[in-house]
Ligand binder design. Structure first.
Ligand code: FE2
Ligand code: FE2
Length: 317
């Protein structure tokens, strides 16, 4: 029996159809091949916003030679894009595929959800390609060896949580929760670079193009989440909420493991001090407000089992 209120189901369908029309008009994937030929490389410009560096105030960074700082900022662009690629491929894509294959329980909106998820899947494939091309372009222009790194905390934590799940419904909900949170948080993640026109033009343009697509994705995932929440038990809602909240910490992670690799590649002076002094999380407050708004928007008010589930999740972080 369909337990979803009719009004709710209809408004989700109307909104998703409107977002699908917008996708046809605005998504980067529908604008033809990427053309960045007009964006000349300027070696004097930085390739990344220094304000986003987790060690931007550390003495070892402040006292480093300018040329070394410039190479670090090029690698910051590399880390940023590699993490983006992992988010697209390992976090968002599997959730899109889940919803294309099987509709949420009791949903009236199977077809339109499949539609918007397949659109998002196309977008994420393009974003992966954009990140790949833009980071390799900078490595080539700067004559730097590309960063090889696979151990991002967000991805490792996701793998551990999924390995600890005891049932398929839990794995599926976990995949959706992390993707849904990521699709809200990635807008915050991209914001500074998308708005910083002082950085390398290709880096700014790539991030801005991605950010514009992600504005729509956060709405798409919010409406799909609203639909999905109606088919969940109290226990499942509590679990979904806990995983969404926990994803904030992982998203805001400084990924110092990646920085440790870069510092070694550059033989960065006093890198040991930076790695010892800089904590795992950076400006978590930037992300917390967005995810709390998401939780309110999709109808996941505080549940009594929350504390218990958060404790359980903390054990695998
Ligand atoms: Fe994306
Ligand atoms: Fe997205």
């Amino acid at each position: 029996m369909n337990t979803q209120p009719i009004g709710q189901g209809e408004s989700v369908a109307v909104m998703l159809k409107k977002l699908s029309v917008l996708w046809q008009q605005r998504a980067a994937v529908n604008q033809g091949p990427l053309q960045y030929a007009d964006l000349a490389f300027d070696p004097a410009k930085h390739d990344f916003s220094a304000s986003l560096l987790p060690f931007r105030s550390h003495d070892a960074w402040l006292s480093a030679p300018a040329a070394l700082k410039s190479r670090c900022l090029s690698y910051a662009w590399g880390i940023y894009n590699l993490k983006t690629i992992y988010i697209e491929c390992d976090v968002v894509t599997p959730a899109c595929e889940d919803l294309i294959k099987v509709a949420p329980v009791n949903s009236r909106n199977r077809g339109v959800i499949q539609d918007v998820m397949s659109e998002a899947l196309l977008d994420e494939a393009l974003h992966t390609r954009m990140s790949l091309l833009a980071s390799n372009y900078i490595y080539a222009q700067r004559g730097l060896a590309p960063l090889e790194f696979t151990a991002f905390n967000l991805v490792q934590w996701r793998r551990a949580v999924l390995a600890g799940c005891n049932a398929e419904w839990e794995r599926r909900l976990t995949r959706f929760a992390m993707a849904c949170a990521s699709e809200t948080l990635i807008t915050d993640y991209l914001k500074t670079m998308a708005e910083d026109s002082s950085i390398q033009s290709v880096c700014h343009r790539t991030t801005k193009t991605h950010a514009m697509d992600e504005w729509s994705h956060s709405s798409v995932f919010s409406f799909v989440a609203t639909d999905l929440v109606h088919g969940l038990s109290r226990h499942e809602r509590s679990y979904l909420r806990a995983v969404i909240l926990k994803t904030v910490e992982m998203f805001a992670n400084n990924e110092m493991g990646a920085w440790s690799t870069v510092f070694a590649m550059l033989n960065f002076p006093h890198a040991v001090d930076i790695l010892a002094d800089v904590g795992p999380e950076n400006e978590i407050g930037v992300y917390t407000g967005s995810v709390q708004a998401l939780i309110a928007r999709i109808g996941l008010e505080a549940a009594p089992e929350l504390a218990e589930r958060r404790d359980a999740l903390a054990g695998v972080s």
